[in-house]
Design a protein around this ligand. Structure first.
Ligand code: MD6
Ligand code: FE
Length: 215
C-alpha cells in the first residue's frame, strides 16, 4: 500500500517538483558553477559517527556547510580538510532557488548553505531527514544534474512506506512545509542517462545540490 495513492505527480503537501525546470544549457551553466566551486572547496568523503565513510563525495558552498565526522552532523563555516571558508553560493543558483521557493509560497528565502552531493554511478543515499537546520519553517531546494536517480519519498518514521520518484537532470524539488521532516533518500542512480555531458560529472554519475537555511 502506498502512503500517497495514485501519486502520478500528486505530491504530498509541502513538496513541489518542477520537471526539467532547467534546460540543458542552464544545466551546463550550473555545472560550470559547480566545477568552479569544487576547485575552491574540493570534494571529500566524510566519515559518519560510526567511523564508516559516506558513500558519496561531498562539498559545500555558502557561509555554512553541512559536515559529518565521528562527532556527528553539523554546519561549519570552514572546509574540514582545507580549513578554508566555503565559496559563496553561485548567483544563478541562488536566483533560481529564490524563484522556485517564491512560486512554492515561501517569501524571502535566503539560503546560507548549499550541500553538494556527488554520486558515482553506483552511488546512493540512505533514508534520512534533513534535521540539522535551526528553523524547519524554511524549505530545502534540491537541484538534480546528470544521470537519473530513483528518489524515495517516505513518511515521518523511517519504517513508513516510501514512494518512488525518478529525478532527472534539470528537475528542481522544493521540500518544505508539512513535508520538511519526511524521510527521503536515493535508492540508485541510472548510469548513462544524463542528457548533458560535463567534465565535473563522474562517469555515469550525478550531482545533487541542496540549498538550505541552516541558521
Ligand atoms: C539527492 N536529496 O537528491 C538527495 N534533501 O541526491 C536530498 O537528500 C534532499 O532532495 C532534502 C530535500 C530535498 C532533497
Ligand atoms: Fe536530504
Amino acid at each position: 500500500m502506498s502512503l500517497f495513492p495514485d501519486l502520478a505527480e500528486t505530491l504530498p503537501d509541502g513538496v513541489r517538483l518542477w520537471r526539467r525546470r532547467l534546460a540543458p544549457g542552464a544545466q551546463m551553466a550550473l555545472l560550470d558553477d559547480v566545477a568552479r566551486t569544487l576547485e575552491a572547496a574540493p570534494p571529500y568523503r566524510p566519515q559518519m559517527r560510526t567511523g564508516a565513510y559516506v558513500i558519496n563525495r561531498m562539498s559545500n558552498c555558502g557561509s555554512l556547510g553541512w559536515i559529518s565526522d565521528t562527532r556527528g552532523y553539523r554546519y561549519e563555516p570552514l572546509h574540514p580538510e582545507t580549513g578554508k571558508a566555503w565559496p559563496p553560493i553561485p548567483v544563478e543558483l541562488g536566483r533560481i532557488g529564490a524563484d522556485c521557493t517564491r512560486e512554492a509560497g515561501f517569501a524571502d528565502y535566503e539560503p546560507d548553505a548549499c550541500l553538494i552531493n556527488i554520486y558515482e554511478a553506483s552511488g546512493k543515499l540512505n533514508l534520512h531527514r534533513d534535521y540539522d537546520e535551526a528553523d524547519f519553517r524554511w524549505p530545502v531546494v534540491s537541484f538534480s544534474l546528470g544521470a537519473d536517480a530513483e528518489f524515495l519519498l517516505g513518511g515521518f518514521k523511517r519504517a513508513d512506506p516510501t514512494h518512488r520518484l525518478v529525478l532527472h537532470s534539470g528537475d528542481i524539488l522544493v521540500f518544505g512545509g508539512p513535508s520538511r521532516l519526511r524521510y527521503h533518500g536515493v535508492r540508485k542512480i541510472f548510469p548513462g542517462t544524463s542528457p548533458v555531458d560535463h567534465s565535473v560529472l563522474p562517469e555515469g554519475g550525478r550531482i545533487n545540490l541542496t540549498l538550505r537555511r541552516a541558521r
